[in-house]
Design a protein around this ligand. Structure first.
Ligand code: HEC
Ligand code: HEC
Ligand code: HEC
Ligand code: HEC
Ligand code: HEC
Ligand code: HEC
Ligand code: HEC
Ligand code: HEC
Ligand code: HEC
Ligand code: HEC
Length: 326
């Protein structure tokens, strides 16, 4: 794809290079003259952090194109060219404000004219998280995974895109992550780290399951940033389809209260990720014995009845037994 650089963009590059040398000449020739001082005063009077959608004065483009940036930032350019953001150069509809380096850093003409004046270009490191995230969201907002970001627990706790992503210095190439997973998340979520170290756990550390299988770190419409299936059902069914049914005989809480009424999602000291260590204690939270008299054998508290799921094996629901036997 990259080889298909159209002739027109090569022409543009030559043009821009001459433009660049012109600017450099102006700066050198004019030295400290008033002319230059006026010029910079004029450009700083415009909002310095003009967003990707902003335009220069009518008729004057302030965008110079990524090829110009390359002349001084060659290393960054060469690395950037290997990331998915290189695709922004192909964005014809978005116009120059949505292309190349300037799609993120804003118009660069003044920065170039100033021989690399840092005050004349948007630098992410000096901006608030709200500001930097807004910039990213100008392309990654509506209709994407990130569409709930503004309402997410992350955004409301001042966690921004750049806490997890790094467009230039990603440790993890895939998705430009600032750190590998799950370490990225553990850096802030020590309780989750402790949970996944428990004897019974979803094998996140082993790479079998990922945090984002169950969560969308960009926020969801549901609490705890937990994902739901497109059908609206619990995310757990994505992998545990056999628990979904529908069953002729549903075990009511599975459908009404969800998996979390009996299991912890991350990790547990109890087998089967159960919330309590003894199965009978779990069941007895809802089923009190002796009740007015359960049909069948009287369920006393003798040892015989303690391992409830020895007999009630199909605890998530059954098509054959209304008491969830085999
Ligand atoms: C997707 C948005 C994005 C694009 C596109 C982008 N940058 Fe950046 N740039 C950033 C962010 C964010 C930082 C802050 C450092 C970081 O998080 O990697 C940054 C930092 C920089 C820095 C500071 C030095 C450094 O290494 O961090 C320079 C210089 C720079 N960018 C130049 C460029 C050039 C040149 C291009 C085009 C080849 C470009 N940027 C394209 C987002 C972008
Ligand atoms: C004429 C050479 C030149 C060109 C062309 C140029 N830059 Fe720079 N740029 C520099 C210099 C020099 C610095 C200052 C480096 C320093 O002081 O650490 C700089 C700094 C930056 C920084 C801030 C880095 C920081 O440490 O905060 C960003 C962002 C940046 N350039 C982006 C761009 C982008 C985007 C383009 C293309 C629109 C571009 N540059 C074109 C020379 C240039
Ligand atoms: C708390 C960490 C975190 C934050 C904050 C975060 N991301 Fe992500 N992002 C991730 C992880 C992890 C993935 C990989 C998800 C996967 O593998 O499904 C990802 C994937 C992506 C992707 C590629 C998948 C897709 O949606 O197509 C994009 C684009 C993206 N993030 C953009 C953003 C933007 C823009 C922001 C800020 C508004 C942001 N992210 C904030 C962690 C984060
Ligand atoms: C000018 C538009 C634009 C801006 C601004 C922008 N991006 Fe992107 N981003 C894109 C495009 C286009 C892609 C490639 C999408 C694709 O591959 O389909 C992309 C891809 C990504 C990916 C996915 C990488 C992958 O491997 O799937 C991440 C992560 C991402 N951007 C994060 C960011 C972050 C963080 C910022 C802010 C610093 C940002 N983007 C700003 C347009 C933009
Ligand atoms: C820079 C620190 C930071 C990173 C990195 C981070 N988080 Fe968070 N996360 C927070 C903060 C702060 C909150 C809000 C306070 C809280 O609930 O702990 C939060 C909230 C959450 C919540 C919602 C909790 C709730 O009670 O609603 C989930 C889920 C979550 N993060 C998952 C992740 C995942 C998954 C990752 C890795 C992809 C991740 N986080 C990376 C800081 C971070
Ligand atoms: C198997 C699915 C699943 C995986 C994998 C998963 N989570 Fe969760 N997580 C959940 C569910 C469901 C909740 C909601 C629990 C509740 O509300 O009681 C939750 C809650 C949270 C919370 C809120 C605080 C808490 O403990 O209740 C945070 C923070 C969080 N997860 C972070 C992470 C991180 C970080 C990872 C990866 C290291 C991760 N989760 C992996 C399903 C998962
Ligand atoms: C991305 C796939 C995936 C998702 C989503 C998922 N699980 Fe799992 N789950 C697994 C795998 C794989 C195992 C097998 C455990 C192993 O061998 O590590 C497992 C095992 C379990 C076990 C049995 C653990 C044991 O010790 O035998 C329970 C209980 C469980 N999951 C509950 C849940 C709940 C509740 C949810 C939703 C919050 C959920 N799972 C979401 C993949 C998933
Ligand atoms: C009423 C309590 C309860 C609810 C609700 C519940 N489970 Fe379970 N689950 C159990 C018990 C008890 C066991 C252990 C069964 C055993 O000892 O053989 C178990 C075992 C499991 C196992 C491992 C053994 C197997 O059958 O594969 C998985 C996986 C599992 N549950 C997933 C889920 C999922 C997913 C949900 C939500 C759709 C869910 N559970 C809801 C009580 C429940
Ligand atoms: C969160 C509450 C809850 C837990 C925990 C729970 N159940 Fe239930 N269970 C119910 C409800 C509610 C019904 C439906 C009762 C009805 O329709 O009258 C039910 C129905 C049943 C039935 C069908 C017979 C009947 O009374 O309708 C059996 C058998 C059963 N549960 C066994 C168990 C066993 C064994 C456990 C432990 C592994 C368990 N339950 C854990 C709430 C729970
Ligand atoms: C030795 C096998 C066995 C064990 C162990 C067992 N049950 Fe049962 N349970 C039965 C039989 C048999 C029935 C009656 C089935 C019928 O009526 O067809 C029954 C019925 C039930 C019913 C339905 C009551 C009703 O009113 O119809 C519930 C609820 C129940 N058991 C819960 C439990 C709980 C909770 C435990 C653990 C404390 C448990 N069982 C342990 C064999 C067992």
């Amino acid at each position: 794809m990259r080889m298909l650089m159209p002739a027109s963009s090569r022409t543009a590059r030559v043009f821009l290079l001459s433009l660049l040398s012109f600017f450099v000449l102006v700066v050198l020739a004019a030295g400290q003259t008033q002319q230059v001082a006026d010029k910079s005063a004029q450009s700083t009077s415009r909002p310095p952090a003009s967003g990707p959608a902003s335009e220069g004065p009518k008729g004057v483009s302030q965008y110079v194109g990524a090829e110009t940036c390359k002349t001084c930032h060659e290393d960054l350019y060469n690395a950037w060219e290997k990331t998915p953001h290189w695709k922004t150069t192909l964005n014809k509809e978005g116009g120059p404000s949505h292309q190349g380096c300037e799609g993120c850093h804003g118009p660069g003409a003044d920065h170039v004219a100033g021989g690399g004046d840092k005050t004349k270009i948007f630098t992410f490191k000096d901006a608030s998280r709200q500001e930097t995230s807004a910039r990213c969201l100008s392309c990654h907002g509506e209709g994407h995974e990130q569409s709930h970001f503004a309402e997410s627990a992350h955004a409301s706790s001042d966690v921004g895109c750049l806490d997890c992503h790094s467009p230039h210095h990603a440790r993890e190439e895939q998705h430009l992550l600032a750190e590998k997973q799950p370490q990225l998340c553990y850096g802030c979520h020590t309780a989750a780290k402790a949970d996944f170290a428990k004897p019974y756990h979803h094998r996140v550390n082993e790479g079998l399951v990922q945090c984002n299988d169950c969560h969308n770190p960009h926020g969801t419409a549901t609490i705890r940033q937990v994902r739901a299936l497109p059908s609206g059902d619990a995310v757990c069914y994505k992998c545990h389809v056999d628990k979904q049914g529908p069953f002729v005989y549903e075990h009511v809480p599975v459908k009404t209260e969800g998996c979390g009424s009996c299991h912890t999602p991350h990790g547990s000291t109890n087998p089967r990720l159960l919330k309590v260590s003894l199965v009978n204690m779990l069941c007895l939270q809802c089923h009190t014995f002796p009740t007015p008299g359960p049909s069948g054998p009287a369920h006393n508290q003798s040892a015989k009845y303690q391992a409830c799921t020895m007999c009630h094996t199909q605890i998530h629901g059954s098509n054959f037994s209304n008491v969830f036997f085999k």
